[in-house]
Design a protein around this ligand. Sequence first.
Ligand code: DC
Length: 237
Amino acid sequence: MLKPIIIAVDGYSSTGKSTFAKMIARRMGYIYIDTGALYRAVALLALENGMVDGNGLLDEEGLKALLYGPKPPCITFKVSGDGRSRTFVDGRDVEGEIRSMYVSGKVSRVASLPFVREFVDGILRKIGENRGVVMDGRDIGTTVFPDAELKIFMTASPEIRAGRRQKELAAKGEIVDLKTVLENIRERDYADEHRPVSPLVKASDAIVLDNGDMTLEQQMEWFEDVLGRTCCHGSQD
Ligand code: DC
């Protein structure tokens, strides 16, 4: 039997990481984990618990007490009948809420806090302890699993990504003009790349996938080619 590996799919927001990572997870027969959903769930908890004031200021101590208190929130994923993964907080389906602009506007700030990253990393390392997972995020190949056997770094121009994001939001009934979406993308890029802890950076051993003008089929062909060249994938148990 082939030894299961960890595949880290990192990169900028709205590069289609989750679609691509889900497809390769299916191809490999692996579990797929959307790590951004965990940061989004934590941001939602902060908002719901009144930890963000009118000026956007975050009550860090309050959030720390919530995450590390006697009853820490339990964030889980469930795959529904149509194969989609949904995020739950203490058994409550929060998938819709965590994708809203309301949460998107706060999540980078929340994800920049070292104690939040530690909380999320703990969950991720537990999930990946038996390998056989595809995780998409920002720092999987650099911080969470620096020993991942295959690391992919996804990118595309901010304009192309904004167009994709706008369509995604519109499909869910959230109509936002392109300029606002582009601003949000640029802000998130900046925040992701400049945070002092685990900034978004390509791991030195990651392979870049610029999918700006690639179809999903072409991305899968690219993956098959990369997989064929990944030494560890061929090793036997
Ligand atoms: O991939 P996404 O847009 O759903 O991610 C939401 C936020 O979480 C984004 O601001 C980046 C952050 N994030 C992170 O810092 N590290 C990860 N591994 C995944 C996401």
